[in-house]
Design a protein around this ligand. Sequence first.
Ligand SMILES: C[C@H](O)[C@H](O)[C@H]1CNC2=NC(N)=NC(=O)C2=N1
Length: 115
Amino acid sequence: MDFADRKCLPCEKGTPPMPAADVDAALGALDGWAAREERTRIHKQYRFKDFVEAMRFVNALAGLAEAEGHHPDFTVHWNTVDVTLWTHTVGGLSDNDFIVAAKLDRLPAAAAARR
Ligand SMILES: C[C@H](O)[C@H](O)[C@H]1CNC2=NC(N)=NC(=O)C2=N1
């Protein structure tokens, strides 16, 4: 099933992080996301026309994160939003990170991102 059609599940402490080979396979299902820090994080940079469009996306991101119970790290530099996903409770990546990443890309506000 597409990551974007799934729902985040609560992570148990002690669950191992996703193995590197699974991370690479999961990244293949996403657009513009890349692994970082020895495949314990995934990152994407979204660039918008201006600050207003960037913040429109960030506000939609906040709503999505609350709805999923899984919260990305992000920084805003005027028209650019850097988003990093990882699962604190497993110390690396879980399916939840890929679910939120796929759903971020589907947000209407994300459509304004420059290619
Ligand atoms: C209890 C609750 O599910 C956890 O605290 C959630 C909240 N949001 C989270 N967000 C992220 N990115 N990683 C987590 O491990 C995490 N844990």
